[in-house]
Design a protein around this ligand. Structure first.
Ligand code: FMN
Length: 193
């Protein structure tokens, strides 16, 4: 059979979930463990093979720097302490994160919406590859991801680019309850004729 079924892969996808990055225990993959995760994730659908994304691996020093930028930028924007803390906290708490930057090729006959969709698929691939390798992950954004100044200062994001996701990778000591999942019957419509 050219493409055999993989019950283990199917079970993985059918039961997959993320764990809140807040609950990570501090242990993270080293570069030798992270590389194959990112390499696997790069097998992502990409219309026109434009590679319209880039990946920043943020280790502890870079995360602390991002936390500082979030603090400063949050104050500049006049955000309240809670919002600033949220923006800063995801970096301050993290020991490893992968920022996926959407960098669409514009103009191009492949619409930028499709190129951005490929960036989102890359984020999901990183989450799945991290879990498949035995780690936990969570895809976060928040105001920091949407603020052009923060994105530029922290991730060198320039005009036309955007932060598709900040994927925190780590490990958990215990399971927490899953979140409610959508009812397939309310989402899926079978068009039979
Ligand atoms: C684009 C995007 C951005 C997200 N940003 C956040 C965020 O900033 N904060 C948050 O708590 N969850 C955020 N989430 C949700 C989590 O990544 C995740 O969906 C949630 O923890 C449940 O995950 P699961 O369905 O993989 O189990 C985001 C999800 C997506 C797709």
């Amino acid at each position: 059979m050219p493409h055999p079924a993989s019950p283990a892969a199917f079970d993985f996808l059918a039961t997959r979930r993320s764990h809140p990055a807040k609950t990570f225990n501090g242990r993270v993959p080293d570069s030798a463990a992270l590389e194959p995760i990112l390499n696997a994730a790069l097998r992502v659908p990409d219309h026109g093979m434009l590679t319209p994304w880039r990946i920043l691996v943020l280790q502890r020093a870079a995360l602390l720097r991002a936390a500082e930028i979030a603090q400063k930028r949050g104050q500049e924007l006049g955000l309240d302490e809670v919002a600033i803390g949220k923006g800063r906290g995801q970096f301050e708490r993290s020991n490893l994160a992968v920022a996926v930057i959407s960098a669409p090729v514009i103009p191009h006959k492949v619409p930028s919406s499709e190129q951005i969709a490929s960036s989102a698929a890359l984020c999901m691939n990183i989450v799945n590859a991290a879990y498949a390798a035995g780690w936990a992950a969570q895809w976060l954004t928040g105001w920091v991801a949407h603020d052009e100044v923060f994105a530029n200062q922290a991730f060198t994001v320039v005009a036309g680019q955007s932060v598709a996701g900040i994927i925190h990778i780590g490990a958990v000591d215990s399971e927490a309850p899953d979140r409610p999942r959508p009812d397939p019957a309310r989402i899926i419509e079978w068009i039979t004729q």
